[in-house]
Design a protein around this ligand. Structure first.
Ligand code: ATP
Ligand code: MG
Ligand code: ZN
Length: 426
């Protein structure tokens, strides 16, 4: 009989043995398993603290929308959908981190994430909405261009690199990255091309959709081996379950699929066919009526569509909206050119009729607001070339005739001004 009691781990009571060494403390002992468990618990504390810091200043949907409003004109529906999605994302985050480890958690409902698909014509603000949103949200946010992605094994960006970038934006903090938001731009460009809908597999499009599926559906994804986040040759896993995905695309020609679906079958002939020409629904109405089956016909695979349950349509921009875009946002084009002219001490102004004409020209180009810059650049190029060599110019006025190409920009010069002043003095 030994005179000493066998030593036990003070936490789990396992007795000391050659395979279970114990660390001695002032009062008791601890085994390896308990040390590891304790370390995990402590880690989860700091995780919770970090995430709690993120959601201290959670903006409410109205605030998010207000912020978007100062950069993006119109698109109220899309803004509201995005604002609510981001707000709910925060709420899920909060719910997750304030939940106590045991007990009441089972009574709570697990809230799933709702990825969003933005659909709207080219140049109507999809990318702009995403990049503006990135500035408001306190969680890591990356914008990835789907056209640069390739399926594994092909030249280009692997989809996993999106997650590497998310981790970069989160300063390497995995728990923050796992609550990030990813915007997948130009998603319509990875649709399966119709010619290849049957027959051979379309490597460029469908392959990328398949690869993205793994990220979007929420799983443990291994970061690429060459990523600098992989330390000491260990693979780094990132859990994408809580990453919010927003996809956006112009989907040119999608409205044709919607229209076909909405038309009754027998309408191709006779009376109905005549009706069809008479009241062709607007592009906006078509986009609002978009359903998952239309996207499938466009060339997205059903599994992919199914993971974006919220469709947010953007509206085509009309003349009034384009004029607002020209003049109102914080970095509106007209303001930018006025600033450029101001550096030369010249005041630049546009007449109302000129703005309307510019907007109409942009609509004719069918590139949305994107056409505005090139129209302005073309209009002002010569003047911007001339002005630095002409000291006397005080003011430039762009009029309707200028935009129509019928007259040059009206320049108001100092001489005239001085002469007037001289005339007043004498
Ligand atoms: N609603 C809007 N409000 C303000 N500016 C806009 C708006 N829509 C477009 N613009 C302007 O037009 C430019 C192009 O818009 P954006 O890149 O968002 O288009 P997009 O919808 O992503 O088009 P695409 O499908 O071709 O990528 C923006 O940089 C912005 O200056
Ligand atoms: Mg875009
Ligand atoms: Zn123990």
């Amino acid at each position: 009989m030994s005179d000493k009691e066998p030593k036990h781990c003070s936490f789990c009571a396992i007795p000391q043995s050659p395979s279970v060494p114990l660390i001695a403390g002032a009062e008791g002992y601890i085994c390896e398993a308990c040390v590891i468990l304790a370390s995990q618990v402590v880690n989860s504390w700091s995780r919770k603290k970090e995430l709690a810091a993120v959601q201290e200043s959670v903006p409410i949907p109205a605030e998010i929308k207000q912020h978007l409003d100062s950069y993006v004109i119109g698109q109220d529906l899309a803004k509201e959908i995005l604002a609510v999605a981001v707000y709910n994302h925060y709420k899920r985050l909060k719910h997750q981190t304030t939940r106590t480890s045991l007990g009441n958690s089972e009574a709570e409902v697990e809230i799933g994430k709702s990825n969003i698909l933005l659909i709207g014509p080219s140049g109507t603000g999809k990318t702009l909405l995403a990049s503006t949103l990135a500035k408001v949200v306190g969680v890591p946010f990356v914008v990835a261009d789907a056209t640069t992605l390739t399926q594994a094994g092909y030249v280009g960006d692997d989809v996993e690199n999106i997650l590497v970038r998310l981790l970069d934006v989160a300063d390497g903090n995995m728990s923050k990255a796992e609550w990030g938001i990813v915007y997948l731009d130009e998603i319509d460009k990875i649709a399966r091309s119709p010619e290849q809908a049957t027959g051979t597999r379309d490597v460029s499009g469908e392959g990328v959709q398949q690869a993205l599926l793994r990220l979007v559906e929420g799983s443990q994804v291994k970061l690429p081996a060459k990523s600098r986040h992989n330390k000491d040759g260990h693979d780094t896993l990132i859990d994408t379950r809580n990453i919010l995905f927003i996809a956006g695309g112009a989907f040119p020609g999608l409205e044709a699929h919607v229209e076909k679906r909405l038309q009754p079958k027998d309408s191709a002939i006779g009376f109905h066919a005549a009706m069809k020409g008479a009241e062709k629904p607007s592009l906006e109405a078509m986009l609002n009526a978009t359903e998952p089956s239309d996207l499938r016909r466009f060339g997205l695979i059903p599994e992919f569509i199914g993971r974006f349950p919220i469709l947010a349509p953007l509206e085509p921009l009309d003349v009034a909206a384009l004029i607002q875009i020209l003049t109102e946002p914080k970095n509106a084009l007209v303001k930018q050119y006025q600033q450029l002219f101001q550096y030369e001490n010249v005041t630049l102004s546009f007449t109302e009729a000129a703005l309307v004409e510019i907007a109409e020209k942009a609509i004719a180009r069918e590139t949305g607001a994107r056409g505005l810059r090139s129209i302005l650049e073309h209009l002002l190029r010569k003047t911007m070339f001339d002005i630095p060599s002409q000291q006397a110019v005080l003011e430039c006025v762009v009029e309707l005739e200028t935009v129509q190409g019928l007259a040059p920009i009206t320049l108001i010069k100092k001489q005239a001004e001085e002469q007037r002043q001289h005339a007043g003095q004498s």
